[in-house]
Design a protein around this ligand. Structure first.
Ligand code: GLA
Ligand code: ZN
Length: 654
């Protein structure tokens, strides 16, 4: 397990490097990520590479015992390359997105591909034998190549040709007879460019374009990975993902990586804050193994506007929270706040003045602790009995047709995730191809696009004894994004023992449901009226539309159970219902963890470790069941431990 920092020696005078390296070592930092935005300095002129500055920086770091991960610098192509070739991506109005920030490249453009291979080859051959270099980060924070340029249009048409074989087949699959869109030549097929009715293109075209744009990025990365594997087979390859980002199929991207990394800014910036726990679990689920945090917040975030200062102790608490959820390394972003550029106010461990101050001392404390506990915690990981299935493709389909507010993919995941966590159950977030048999309870958020194969896997899971929870909008479409004709939930109808007779897209309007046990809850977003076909009634609509008709049903199928939820409810509904589901399925839980405390278990053969992280600025009292050894933090008394604000406890439990 490692502590690291993102370092930009090219931003600073060389005379400072030794001080930086020494301060890093003294803070327990043993790895740096370097060079991911330095293309203009590595290749100042076309074909003229200059690694001398990076060699010198690595030498200074290596002397302090610090190892390095190098980033391929392709997120920031240099000005000379743009002057010579137009590789700018086009937006949906086909307008070029030009120079001056970053990511100004179409990943499908053959010139971008060629120069990316050349710089990668030059870098990897230069550093393959370097004693300080241990691995590579491809590019930086990949997204799907949602580019609308002519190169992309041509490649998309070729992709469609491979997929459908003939125009006749494509016309049939997409239903292009609607609005007289039948294509008679491949070159007529548009990208989802802005058109007379905005971007309300055929949903089948849209979904294929999203798949194509995602695959474009995966294949761009693959070219770099192949070079690294060929020239430096002893180095690892990773990429810094973005947690709950969703344009790119991370499952596909990560197949080419040794492990995933991600960039964690729990204090938020202009984006939404506060889902680090969920995002960590999503990241662990990508390869179903431990991960690295390649950028961990270490100060005030900000570009033109800036966010709040993390409270004293909060940076350390967030770092331990990452480890609690399966991080094997925490690399802080970044060493020192830069004097210039767009991210002048994205503060690092050091301020602009370069003096070691309170954030440095906090990171150093974490560094000392991580290094001390590393041998003991090495090889531990999280194991759970509950999973939520995840799919980028479902998410895209719901983005293409949001239908009503509240059906968004992560909104659906959050409802279940946070209820399970409140009930004391850890959760894995995994693809449908994972080994499902290890889970007692599986939630299927709206599986809008349902293939025969997926339906088969899910039915088999239930038949073998699993508990499956279905939500509205399951099985509405086939893989072409065309509506199915089978009564909903289409291919899962028999397993669920219900049929949907009617529905009402409630959006933000509300209704009420009543459980058979008497409790009433508010529901919204969507209402399916269920007809029971073998299932039993768990809840009925209590008022207005569908009053008296089943809203939630339970069905025994094979050795397992299916719950069909015809609507979305307030948090208390999930806490009540899932509490019963967990009991019934015999899932082990750790109840009684107060709000604001993140509790996780990491385990290995013969040992279990409880991590408690108080994320709040107030003291919290937490149960510590059967734990014997204190590895970090306060000692339990009478089975309880008091955690001071932002404090962390780690316990070995038998
Ligand atoms: C991302 C990027 C970094 C930096 C930080 C802060 O995570 O990977 O290069 O821009 O955000 O904005
Ligand atoms: Zn393009």
């Amino acid at each position: 397990m490692r502590v690291g920092v993102d370092y930009y020696p090219e931003h600073w005078d060389e005379s400072r490097w030794e001080t930086d390296a020494r301060l890093m070592r003294e803070a327990g930092i043993s790895v740096v990520r370097l060079a991911e935005f330095s293309w203009c300095k590595l290749e100042p002129e076309e074909g003229k590479y200059d690694f001398s500055w990076l060699d010198r920086a690595l030498e200074v770091l290596h002397r302090e015992g610090i190892q390095a991960i190098l980033g391929t610098p392709t997120a920031t192509p240099p000005a000379w390359l743009h002057q010579r070739y137009d590789i700018y991506p086009r937006d949906a109005r086909r307008y070029p997105l030009g120079f001056g920030t970053r990511l100004q490249r179409c990943l499908n453009h053959p010139v971008m591909r060629r120069y990316s291979r050349l710089i990668t080859e030059a870098m990897v051959s230069h550093y393959a034998g370097h004693p300080a270099v241990i691995g590579w980060q491809t590019d930086n924070e990949f997204e799907a190549n949602l580019c609308y340029c002519d190169v992309c249009a041509d490649l998309f048409r070729q992709w469609l040709q491979r997929k459908y074989g003939s125009l006749q087949a494509l016309n049939k699959a997409w239903g292009t007879i609607f609005w007289s869109q039948e294509y008679t030549n491949w070159s007529q097929i548009p990208l989802p460019w802005v058109a007379r009715c905005g971007q309300s293109h055929n949903p089948s075209l849209w979904l294929d374009y999203r798949r194509f744009a995602s695959e474009s990025t995966v294949s761009f990365q693959r070219e770099q990975v192949e070079i690294i594997r060929r020239l430096a087979p002893h180095h690892f390859v990773t990429h810094n993902l973005m947690g709950l980002h969703d344009s790119l199929d991370y499952f596909a991207l990560a197949q080419d990586l040794d492990f995933v990394s991600w960039d964690n800014y729990p204090g938020g910036n202009w984006k939404e804050a506060g889902h680090a726990d969920l995002a960590h679990d999503v990241m662990r689920g990508i390869k179903q193994k431990n991960f690295w945090v390649m950028e961990e917040q270490s100060g005030i975030p900000g570009w033109e506007y800036i966010g709040r200062r993390p409270a004293l102790g909060q940076i350390r608490a967030w770092a331990w929270q990452a480890v609690a959820h399966g991080a094997d390394a925490v690399v802080f972003f970044r060493w020192r706040s830069c004097l210039y550029g767009t991210e002048q106010y994205w503060h690092g461990i050091l301020n602009h003045d370069g003096m070691p101050r309170r954030r440095y001392r906090e990171v150093a404390r974490f560094g000392e602790e991580m290094n001390r506990l590393s041998a003991e915690l090495d090889g531990t990981t999280l194991r759970h009995q509950v999973a939520i299935l995840s799919s980028y493709e479902q998410n895209w389909a719901l983005q293409i047709q949001p239908q009503v507010n509240g059906l968004g993919w992560w909104e659906q995941v959050r409802r279940f995730y946070y209820s399970f966590r409140r009930l004391g159950a850890g959760v894995d977030i995994i693809p449908i191809d994972a080994d499902l048999s290890q889970y007692r309870v599986i939630v299927l958020p709206s599986w809008y696009i349902l293939t025969e194969r997926d339906a088969q896997r899910l039915s088999e899971y239930v038949r073998q004894g699993g508990t499956l929870i279905l939500n509205p909008r399951t099985g509405v479409k086939n893989e072409r994004n065309v509506c199915r004709t089978e009564p909903l939930p289409s291919l899962l109808r028999e397993v669920a023992g219900v049929e949907i007779d009617d529905y009402d897209p409630l959006g933000t309007d509300e209704n009420r449901i009543r459980l058979r046990t008497g409790e009433e809850f508010t529901v919204s977003v969507w209402a399916d009226a269920l007809i029971l076909q073998g299932a039993e009634e768990v809840a009925v609509y209590a008022h207005s539309i569908f009053a008296g008709e089943p809203a939630i049903a339970r069905h025994r199928y094979g050795r397992g159970t299916v719950y069909t939820l015809g609507t979305y409810g307030e948090p208390a509904l999930y806490d009540t219902l899932l509490g019963r589901v967990l009991d019934e399925a015999g899932v082990e839980t750790m109840p009684g963890v107060p709000d604001g405390v993140d509790a996780c278990w990491r385990e290995k053969e013969g040992a279990r470790y409880l991590f408690l992280v108080n994320l709040r600025g107030e003291e919290r009292s937490v149960p510590v069941p059967g734990c014997v050894t204190v590895l970090l933090g306060a000692s339990p008394q009478g089975g309880m431990v008091n955690l001071a604000p932002y404090e962390v406890g780690i316990y070995r439990c038998s």
